[in-house]
Design a protein around this ligand. Structure first.
Ligand code: FAD
Ligand code: SF4
Length: 462
């Protein structure tokens, strides 16, 4: 009978209303909804959902506890493997991970694992549930560069093993992309991000903000002068890419990273803050990933008419299905098979439009996706005041350039094996700094693997 129960829909803000505010779009499940949704799970003997979770959360076990109404037990099960359930329940691409392999998804709809995880994360926060069990302090110091998901996950596991962990963060607020990139309407900062980071702090992890590793200190000075036995680099991939097309230096062209940082970290949308941000009347966002959706939906909420220009078709959009669906509901226009070739300016040096060319899909490229090929003489113009470039990011070369012997590849990514070991003994790395821009949960998985390897390294060599 379980598989006959339809997936419980999640309540959301009305699209016409939310398109004008920064409050969270999804309300999540209440207790009755969560218990009903949990009752759909078959508690599979060989659950395919678990190996598809990069941090191996014991999914059927926590869902079973929800079904029984044992929310604290469910929370304890998740806490063994993740310190960020409220975050991951909101932003993970579950459709291509745990839910993508859920047995119920073969003939019907997968269990809403992400929504259930979010429910437990939120319930724990609202009920002040925190798990601070850890091994006795061993007095050994480990440094972590960057307070994004990779650094936080690594810090959590090491602190639980008894290490004295300090995270060094360049920005004035910790959280990495969770803080500066993903907007408030998808991931509330004060209630969700700050609380889950406080849970990491409650394990004894110190977070020093406003420290530029590579300038204020170096990895070598941390190891040679400050007594850190190992360092984990989780510095992300925050350097935006541009297209190198004419007009990219005009006023009104901005990277999605800068646009989102002004809005999220520096609260430009809030009249109480002085941070300037410009959207004009019309905005074109170039790209099709989560970052592009966030930039587009932010610009919409700031009052602009927004078009997303993407060079492949909707099928190839890399953004989460839910984000694309929400963006469309809110009134964002999508122009597929459209590639910019020049940004057009007025006599004052401001953007007035963007010239694009129509594309068609050709043969598959190395990623397996069909390559977009320009259709000759198909140029057209879109009038716009602002162009937001959202074409991906790469790691900042600062750390590698100030750490002799730390190998990087041609994309500036730090070279590390599956356990995070880099070319320098004692230095480990993971998350976007190693893979290039990826996902929160992959970064967390890399941070956890590195924590295990750091523990082994310190036990072997000190
Ligand atoms: P980051 O989160 O980038 O954290 C790195 C931290 O290191 C930052 O705080 C940075 O300030 C700090 N740092 C960098 N250099 C130094 C230095 N020299 N010294 C000290 N500190 C330093 N993923 C999803 O799974 N779902 C989504 O919906 C999603 N949406 C996204 C939306 C946006 C706008 C963006 C930009 C990304 C999104 N992602 C999403 C991707 C995801 O956020 C990243 O893959 C993930 O945050 C990577 O984690 P990380 O810890 O490796 O790096
Ligand atoms: Fe439950 Fe689906 Fe996982 Fe089976 S695969 S245990 S039904 S969530």
């Amino acid at each position: 009978m379980r598989n006959k129960i339809p997936r419980v829909p999640v309540r959301e803000q009305d699209p016409a209303i939310r398109a004008k505010n920064f409050e969270e779009v999804s309300y999540g499940y209440n207790e009755a909804e969560a218990v009903l949704e949990a009752s759909r799970c078959l508690s599979c003997k060989n659950p395919l959902c678990v190996p598809s979770c990069p941090v191996s959360i014991q999914i059927p076990q926590f869902i079973r506890e929800i079904e029984l109404g044992n929310f604290k037990e469910a929370s304890a099960i998740i806490a063994k493997d993740s310190s960020l359930p409220s975050v991951c329940g909101r932003v993970c691409p579950q459709e291509s991970q745990c839910e993508g392999t859920c047995i119920l998804g073969i003939k019907g709809e997968a269990v809403a694992i992400g929504k259930l995880e979010r429910f437990i994360g939120d319930w724990s926060r609202e009920n002040n549930i925190r798990f601070t069990d850890k091994a006795p302090a061993n007095g050994k110091k480990v440094a972590i560069v960057g307070s994004g998901p990779a650094g936080l996950a690594c810090a959590t596991d090491l602190a639980r093993l008894g290490y004295n962990v300090t995270i060094f963060e360049v920005l004035h607020e910790p959280g990495g992309v969770l803080q500066y990139g993903i907007p408030e309407f998808r991931l509330p900062k004060e209630s969700v991000v700050k609380t889950e980071i406080d849970n990491v702090r409650a394990l004894g992890v110190k977070i020093e903000t406003n420290v530029v590793v590579g300038r204020t200190v170096t990895i070598d000075s941390l190891m040679d002068e400050e007594g850190f036995l190992a360092v984990f680099v989780g510095s992300g991939a925050g350097l935006p890419k541009f297209m190198s097309i004419p007009g990219e230096n005009l006023n009104g062209v901005v990277s999605a990273n800068e646009f989102l940082t002004r809005n999220n970290l520096m609260r430009a949308y809030d009249p109480e803050h002085d941070t300037p941000i410009y959207v004009g009347k019309r905005v074109v966002v170039v790209g099709g990933g989560n970052v592009a959706m966030d930039a587009a939906r932010t610009a919409l909420r700031l009052g602009a008419d927004v078009t997303v220009a993407y060079r492949r078709t909707e099928k190839e959009l890399p953004a989460r299905v839910e984000e694309v669906h929400h963006a469309k509901q809110e009134g964002i226009i999508f122009r597929m098979l459209t590639n910019p070739v020049a940004i057009l300016g007025d006599e004052r040096g401001w953007v007035r439009g963007i010239r694009c060319i129509s594309m068609e899909l050709g043969e598959p490229d190395s990623s397996g996706r069909r390559s977009p090929v320009p259709i000759p003489d198909s140029d057209f113009e879109i009038e716009t005041d602002v162009v937001i470039m959202s074409l991906g990011t790469s790691p900042n070369p600062l750390i590698a350039s100030t750490t002799p012997g730390l190998d990087t590849n041609k994309w500036n990514c730090i070279v590390a094996n599956d356990e995070g070991q880099t070319s320098r003994p004692g230095i480990f790395a993971g998350g976007d700094a190693v893979t290039g821009a990826a996902t929160v949960i992959l970064a967390m998985g890399a941070g956890r693997k590195a924590a295990t390897a750091i523990d082994r390294y310190i036990k072997d060599f000190s």
